[in-house]
Design a binder for this molecule. Sequence first.
Ligand code: OSB
Ligand code: MG
Length: 369
Amino acid sequence: MLRIDAAEILLVRLPLKFRFETSFGVQTEKLVPLLVLHGDGVQGLSEGTMEAAPMYREETIAGALNLLREVFLPRVLGRTFANPQAVDAALGSFRGNRMARAMVEMAAWDLWARTLGVPLGTLLGGNKQEVEVGVSLGIQADEAATVEVVGRHVEQGYRRIKLKIKPGWDVQPVQAVREAFPNIRLTVDANSAYTLADSGRLAALDAYDLTYIEQPLAWDDLLDHAELQRRLRTPLCLDESVASAPDARKGLALGAGRVINVKVARVGGHAEARRVHDVAESFGAPVWCGGMLESGVGRAHNIHLSTLPNFRLPGDTSSASRYWATDVVNEALEAKNGLMPVPQGPGIGVTLNRDFIASVSELDEEYRA
Ligand code: OSB
Ligand code: MG
């Protein structure tokens, strides 16, 4: 049984080691909300991947933390559940706010896996000891800087390079990188910066053997993605547009893309992420695990999810040391030659570095039934 006695909401601010520019802005630090669920002497951990401002999707940290306090935690505190799916079901009648709900659901999975003494990936049905990873590289100052940063990551063995693009910065960097590295697995991510009127520009990318073009069009527009896919040879990959397994079904049935980026929190947690994985598999479409510049807690969740069989393309869960001088967890999460070892030990296999968290804490709240 899965007992939830108490919860902690923590919020830390971490400086990013690199400047991360995307089509929607520049990021130099990360606000990381963490949830700890306590039950039967065990702790379950999760991380919120929503941001301070609703730039990627509609959720925000302020909104999520308020929902946790006022709506979601009161539904689970002091209760005993049969399994994490029952926790998910307890929040299932609420609309949207999937990243906020995922904080509860994912911590419940970790709590459950630790109670059973098994790695989370095993519990989810995965069977890998290590997972293939690539990197997501922000927009650079010019082509030379792009080729240089790509080269450094290719040397480290990353299995796929993803370049962020935006209107006015697309064909040039891709062409420069492809010329310098004819054989790497290369992709681009536009984070919804284009419209169908740009389809000519996007079709020019067909010349560079990209594995996929990630989320070129509006975050909520499957129809336009389907029209764009008809005009391109390169597969489209949906990220922002897929918040659930039904979204994945609609997207793949419409031909809005041929690949799905699964971000566990974006779809509401591990149970829904697994359903997205299964829907994609039924269409013969590969999935890969996306990232949101997570700390070690979210990163560990991503790695465990990535052990499922239809995660057939390298994910974005690169080494934690790329992002942080000090992480919120004690364990190192480091890829070697593009392979990220699955943290062993029960649950997600990482533990909080409480001293470090206290030193960068913006918020530390405790709730009981
Ligand atoms: O679109 O995949 C994205 C980061 C923040 C918001 C959206 C995205 C990203 C990334 C970074 O691409 C992936 C990572 O390194 O965690
Ligand atoms: Mg993306």
